[in-house]
Ligand binder design. Sequence first.
Ligand code: ZN
Length: 133
Amino acid sequence: MVKHISHIGIAVKDLAAGIAFYEKLGLILEGIEEVPSQKVRVAFLPCGDTRIELLEPTSEDSPIAKFIAKKGEGIQHLAFAVDDLPAALQKTEDAGIHLIDKAPRPGAHNAEIAFLHPKSTGGVLIELCKEKH
Ligand code: ZN
């Protein structure tokens, strides 16, 4: 069902500082996109089949602002790529895993995304992601 790690979402206070750090490791900035529904600006830095996604809150009531206030900057979620998101959600729910999103919603990069509930995943916020290229 899961193909590979689509991206790792990392909460940052300052997008430019986050980008500068990952560029020092040799990653190359692919682009920056604002996702109004999530109240974030997202920077993408590809790393093989995976991307580092830096998430900067654009508002104090952004989920990322709340995450940073509670836990500080750092890894916020892990996203697995799937081919068929509705089917993957059905399988996941059938397996007894609680879903935050029962239906796909739009994410960054034109992807369709859905989150699984951390109470069912050992504390990791997991996203299933149907990538569009
Ligand atoms: Zn994500």
